[in-house]
Design a protein around this ligand. Structure first.
Ligand code: KE4
Length: 432
């Protein structure tokens, strides 16, 4: 299978774009080899520049819950584009999407739209500091919340893959108030509150982690964080940029029944166009300018094109049975992978929550960043390419999650498992 066109495009891109990509994980550094250049997507499929078709489990890193180029969304975008893409003035569309988000995400009473998940988490943390008049923030090793300076410490996703404990260019002052703890360890959180009484503005986390690979919360952990933050006057922020509308229609907070004070959203909310959002209790959100003093702004925030894509995506996704069918397909995929691995003696930790999933090549249960790092990344890389050769496109890093869509119907899942029935046993032949 030649990939000459992708190679030529990659050579050209590297001359004018750092690393030839506009986001590091796309460069395949975590798995080796050259990235594929994609020309189009439709349903569960993408086609590369050489015309090869793949079943896609990256789905633009989560946004495409309906699959690629879903007709209702594309039609609505076309229609709105003819009326203009951005006015820099309020539109009814923003209110409609805000009302829909509020109806789906149980803890959110008010919401502000921005243009990315990074903007959402950066703004939510500024809001938490403004509301509590405290400076310290707590995150967890392996969790990724975008690339704002204060959060780029022991992050997951690209930083974890690139092995950068933190990024050059982030001054000490930017991270002096950022504290990092191990995930799924409540005593560590209790100790931190004792160490910094009345100083912690907020705890932010991925309630189901996707950015160090797929790592769910241990039973009782999220409720424990809720109890501790309430007891110590800190805000609890669920970064649901990835889990929002994916681990359940109402996100992780609905799936686990734990209500944060603030929620950040992205990806799905824009249906593949750039949208982020932060929201939560009205009394907190009223602090945001111009109703309150905390400043945050954006030229294209809430633009009608992105709002249209988000609105139609969430309306289609929340129709009866759509989420449930996709969740069932995801469960079939993950349990199938685990069965195949067990039958051929490949140690694997596989899991899913709603329509996101992941697997680690390790015999050790994965509950935090340290255990995630026990995964055999060389074996992961070999397997990634073996799947690619069988036209299955998965995340090019062990420290990422996988995503399904309404377009991943049972026959697509079965075709995928047919590929795993070849690629996993082949791994057994190569000592890790
Ligand atoms: P963006 O700024 O990329 O829209 O969102 C940042 C972000 C915030 N919070 C969570 C939980 C996230 O997963 C992300 C972004 N996720 C990565 C995937 N690991 C985006 C892919 C990339 O960086 O290219």
């Amino acid at each position: 299978m030649t990939r000459d066109r992708s190679k030529a495009l990659y050579t050209a891109a590297r001359k004018v774009i750092p690393g030839g990509v506009n986001s590091p994980v796309r460069a395949f550094r975590g798995v080796g080899g050259d990235p594929l250049f994609i020309q189009r997507g439709q349903g569960p499929y993408i086609w590369d520049a050489d015309g090869h078709r793949y079943i896609d489990y990256v789905m633009s890193w989560g946004p495409l819950v309906l699959g690629h180029a879903p007709e209702p969304v594309i039609e609505a975008i076309r229609e709105q584009a003819g009326r203009g893409t951005s006015y820099g003035a309020p539109t009814e569309l923003e209110t409609q999407l805000a009302e829909l988000v509020i109806s789906l995400v149980p803890s959110v009473e008010m919401v502000r739209f921005v243009n990315s998940g990074t903007e959402a988490t950066m703004s939510a943390l500024r809001l938490a500091r403004a509301y509590t008049n405290r400076s310290k923030i707590v995150k967890f090793a392996g969790h990724y919340h975008g690339h704002a300076d204060m959060l780029l410490v022991q992050a997951g996703s690209g930083v974890a893959t690139l092995g950068l404990p933190d990024s050059p260019g982030v001054p000490a002052g930017a991270v002096q108030d950022t504290l990092t703890l191990p995930f799924n360890d409540l005593p560590a959180v209790e100790q931190l509150f004792a160490q910094f009484p009345d100083q912690i503005a907020a705890i932010i986390l991925e309630p189901v982690v996707g950015n160090m690979g797929f790592v769910p919360p241990q039973p009782g952990y999220l409720q424990g964080l809720r109890d501790l933050t309430r007891k110590h006057g800190a805000l609890l922020i669920f970064d649901e940029v990835m889990t929002g509308f994916r681990v359940s229609l109402g996100g992780a907070q609905a799936r686990y029944g734990v209500m944060p004070d603030l929620t950040t959203l992205g990806k799905v909310i824009g249906g593949g166009l750039p949208v982020g959002a932060y929201g939560g209790r009205a009394e907190i959100m009223q602090t945001v300018a111009p109703s309150g003093p905390m400043y945050q702004a954006g030229t294209l925030s809430g633009n009608p094109l992105a709002m249209t894509a988000g609105l139609v995506t969430l309306r289609e996704w929340s129709k009866p049975g759509v989420f449930e069918r996709t969740e069932a397909a995801t469960q079939t995929l993950v349990s199938g992978i685990a069965d195949i691995a067990r039958h051929c003696g490949i140690p694997i930790q596989a899991g899913s929550a709603g329509t996101m999933f992941g697997y680690f090549f390790t015999s050790q249960p994965v509950t935090d960043y340290a255990s995630a790092r026990t995964s055999d990344t060389a074996r992961f890389a070999r397997h990634f390419h073996a799947l690619l050769d069988r036209r299955i496109y998965t995340a090019p890093s062990q420290f990422e999650a996988g995503f399904t869509s309404a377009a991943h119907t049972p026959d697509i899942i079965e075709q995928t498992l047919d590929a795993f029935r070849v690629t996993l046993p082949a791994l057994a032949a190569v000592p890790s």
